[in-house]
Design a protein around this ligand. Structure first.
Ligand SMILES: Cc1ncc(COP(=O)(O)O)c(C=O)c1O
Length: 424
């Protein structure tokens, strides 16, 4: 029997609950079938029609080019979304972290690429264990990483596919040139439980170049570097089965490059404010691959006490602002996605009259856009809903447990964001 005498008891004069049974539980954020106005806020909402159009548009573009689509799950961290991508033809998914991959493995995704280097024996062991259940690949840019993976795979009696990461201009991870890539490819191939899979060549720095022609130029230079290294490896007897890379901003060029066998975009699913700002530069490019805003933070006006502004119930703890403050979305009473510049019938658009101007921890300040012209826009009333487009989708998803799916004005789905917080 445990010795209860060692458990301190609360002094009787403190206001401590004696009978916590019967305390209220946190109600669900929404229930399927409810009207969208019933969603408790702040909430992360997915407009399902726009989301599905985005998935289909990307899959069709990849299919037309004969390039495999391996969407990045770090953008959504949600197994239901990964399964929707796989159903439409994705060959597998990318994760950025080993722990992030676990909920996807549990959901049955059998081909996961860790598009990153990993540090430390615990992660190598976990990865090698995962490889007993699914096809797992991972990146390296140093010999010690190859050794650690080989030892882990030997211990766990499994096999890993290993890609060499090549720096094609971002200056983050990856070897600098073909000689270094070849040395690593040979080390990988020499390990009995590892197989050399090819190259990862991702350039984050070009994804948000606003000007369409400048982005095309940057992507072309990056692809050229990747192509030259792949050719050199092939000539040296280490052909790359896979050359993978590309994000939502560069894939339209990567698909046409003839270099990439696989693309790994993530944010196209949602289109955040940062990617929405690319779209203005794309307006002149008739052929640009366009996606719609499908992800919103639903908020409620919680105070109108101060003149000339309203306060909504979503601040820093409900959104990432590293890529700018969120946009106010204008959807005319029926939630709908849409492209940033609007112009599509029955679709929403960015408000030109209201702006979210400051984020406190739990409060957001919304004011009329200065110089918006004409008469002053009517500010929303106390208790009215206001939807926002987050500036950066990935870290925003990481703040929520549930993604509320809406269609035709009604809540349709409640998807757990199962990999949120999994950053090891
Ligand atoms: C290695 C890698 N691949 C793909 C992506 C996906 O990019 P995006 O979400 O911009 O489409 C990222 C994003 O940072 C990345 O780091």
């Amino acid at each position: 029997m445990p010795d209860h005498r060692s458990v301190p008891s609360a002094p009787t004069d403190l206001p401590v609950l004696r009978d916590p049974a019967g305390l209220p539980a946190l109600p669900p954020i929404a229930e399927p079938g409810q009207p969208w106005q019933a969603i408790d806020t702040p909430a992360l909402v997915l407009v399902l029609d726009a989301f599905e159009r985005n998935l289909e548009r990307m899959q069709q573009a990849a299919d037309r080019a004969g390039v495999a689509l391996r969407p990045h799950a770090k953008a959504h961290k949600c197994p239901d979304i990964a399964l929707a991508q796989m159903t439409r033809g994705a060959v597998g998914i990318c994760c950025q972290k080993v722990s992030e991959a676990l909920p996807f493995l549990r959901a049955g995704i059998a081909d996961i690429h860790i598009s990153n280097e990993i540090a430390g024996p615990a992660k190598a062991t976990l990865l090698a264990r995962m490889a007993r259940h699914a096809r797992i690949s991972v990146c390296v840019d140093a010999v010690v990483q190859v050794r650690a993976l080989a030892e882990a795979a030997e211990r766990e009696q499994s096999g890993l596919t290993v890609l060499v990461e090549l720096d094609i201009g971002q200056g983050r991870c990856g070897v600098a040139d073909a000689d270094a890539a070849l040395r690593l490819a040979e080390r990988i191939a020499a390990q009995p439980r590892l197989s050399f899979g090819g190259l990862q060549a991702y350039h984050g720095g070009i994804q948000h170049v606003r000007d369409h022609a400048a982005r095309r130029e940057g992507a072309a230079r990056a692809a050229e570097r990747a192509g030259a290294v792949a050719a050199r490896l092939a000539a040296a007897g280490a052909p790359c089965q896979v050359v993978t890379g590309g994000g939502s901003g560069s894939v339209e060029f990567d698909l046409a490059s003839g270099v990439f066998t696989e693309i790994q975009p993530g944010s196209y699913v949602f289109m955040d404010g940062d990617y929405g700002s690319n779209a203005r530069g794309d307006e002149s490019a008739a052929q640009a691959l366009r996606f719609e805003h499908s992800l919103f933070i639903a908020t409620t006006v919680m105070s109108t006490a101060a003149q000339g502004q309203v306060v909504v119930d979503a601040g820093l703890k409900s959104m990432a602002v590293d890529s700018g403050l969120p946009w106010v979305w204008q959807h005319g009473g029926q939630p709908s996605g849409g492209q940033p510049s609007g112009g599509q019938r029955d679709r929403g658009t960015r408000s030109t009259r209201l702006a979210y101007v400051a984020a406190n921890d739990e409060h957001g300040i919304v004011r009329p856009v200065p110089g918006a012209g004409g008469e002053k826009p009517a500010l929303p009333q106390l208790g009215e809903p206001l939807w926002l487009v987050p500036g950066h989708c990935d870290p925003t998803l990481n703040l929520y447990d549930t993604l509320v799916g809406v269609r035709d004005g009604k809540v349709e789905s409640l998807w757990p964001i199962s990999a949120r917080g999994l950053s090891r």
